[in-house]
Design a protein around this ligand. Structure first.
Ligand SMILES: Cc1ncc(COP(=O)(O)O)c(C=O)c1O
Length: 385
């Protein structure tokens, strides 16, 4: 007897660059500035709140849509920060991390043959989800110049066809650290006006925008919000990436479809975490203070690299810093990232991994969501470059 052959639904997918680089980092004893997660703990008050929820007996299935107190806290936060009043009962759903929200939204928007425009470099989960839905990914590359990465809106408008069903955007943006400003979103609103194109807005880094700028959520533009799924992640905001709790906000008609898919895919997200997060959200300070917290780390990291031959690209948001290394080496990005890991003992991620074409721009990404001491060790090593 042999195992029947399976025809892959995702034949292109192999081991991700994140796993490869993390394994290489361990092998070489490198400081891992590759994968995007903090190396510090979360607020003990949050752990206490989850413990209290468990002890209070919140350990059975919650409502399919999420614990009401958490949905209400999310709706209140969005209304306060972005000015749109989502109905907690019909327009907010708690998800198993942002990744599930993104995949579920894509599955309920895309039918076989539909096109989804994905802006590249792109977070790696969008394209496989579109493929699983039987859709076609239409990649659109950001432009990269002296001032960093930007979105070519005219090219985006030109990429729209009668089959376009979805545009996936991400701000603050992984991996580039760029952000979309109001004028950008107004351009997007013009492009989709009068069409039936939906928007999937990945805003997991919404609370990491620096230099006094404010995150502009798709939720804050009615012309976009009425056709959008807006996704966020508690993992990023509260330093608990392993908890995998996120949420999605969308108008009731879109959310009704989202919940049909969610119901048979995930059904519910773990109960005590939701109660704990709901209690913790009563204090807005942890997320309102996040820009200062991460900006200090960004500045520490940038100042440390300023004297090297690595060219710092702007880092307006997220906890990523991209550098152009072409003054140092002509190696392709993956090879350069491996060299950094094995020789200088600092792991980074090649930005080419975020392009379907594997496009090379001489740029690697570092994650600065690390203890200051970790960043200092990395900087000492990178100073040799
Ligand atoms: C742009 C982006 N979206 C979504 C996610 C996934 O978030 P979660 O861990 O909540 O699934 C990440 C995590 O790295 C990300 O960078």
């Amino acid at each position: 007897m042999s195992t029947p052959a399976l025809q892959s639904r995702l034949p292109q997918v192999g081991t991700t660059v994140f796993s490869t680089m993390s394994a290489l980092a361990v092998q070489h004893g490198a400081v891992n500035l590759g994968q995007g997660f903090p190396d510090f703990g979360c607020d003990p008050r949050l752990v206490d709140a989850v413990g209290a929820a468990m002890r209070a007996g919140h350990n059975q299935y919650p409502l399919m849509t999420g614990v009401p107190a958490l949905r209400e806290a999310i709706a209140a936060k969005i209304a306060r920060l972005y000015g749109r009043a989502y109905d907690a009962a019909t327009e907010i759903t708690v998800t198993a991390g942002a990744t599930q929200a993104l995949t579920t939204a894509i599955l309920c928007c895309i039918h076989p043959g539909d096109e989804a425009i994905v802006i590249e470099p792109a977070y790696d989960s969008y394209a496989p989800a579109v493929a699983l839905a039987g859709g076609v990914v239409v990649p659109l590359e950001m432009e990269v110049g002296e001032d960093g990465y930007s979105l070519p809106w005219q090219k985006l408008a030109a990429a729209v066809t009668p089959r376009t069903r979805l545009i996936v955007i991400n701000s603050p943006h992984n991996p580039t650290g760029s952000i979309l400003r109001r004028a950008d979103l107004e351009q997007l609103a013009q492009i989709v006006e009068g069409t039936d194109i939906l928007i999937l807005s990945d805003e997991v880094y919404e609370h990491m925008v620096y230099d006094g700028e404010r995150h502009v959520s798709v939720a804050s533009l009615p012309a976009l919000a009425e056709r959008a799924f807006v996704v966020s992640s508690f993992g990023k905001t509260y330093h608990v990436t392993g908890w995998k709790v996120g949420y999605v906000a969308a108008p009731a008609a879109l959310m009704a479809e989202f919940r049909k898919v969610h119901q048979y895919n995930v059904f519910t997200v773990n109960t005590p975490m939701q109660h704990g997060l709901a209690a913790y959200m009563a204090d807005p300070q942890p997320y309102l203070g996040l820009p200062d917290f991460y900006q200090r780390k960004r500045d520490l990291f940038r100042e440390g690299l300023a004297g090297t031959r690595l060219r710092l690209l702007p880092a307006d948001g997220t906890y990523f810093q991209c550098v152009d290394y072409r003054a140092v080496s002509s190696m392709p990005e993956a090879q350069f990232a491996q060299w950094l890991t094995s020789e200088l003992k600092v792991a980074a991620i090649p930005v080419s991994a975020f392009y379907s074409s594997g496009k090379e721009s001489g740029v690697v990404r570092f994650c600065f969501a690390k203890e200051d001491a970790t960043l200092r060790v990395a900087l000492e090593r990178l100073a040799k470059i």
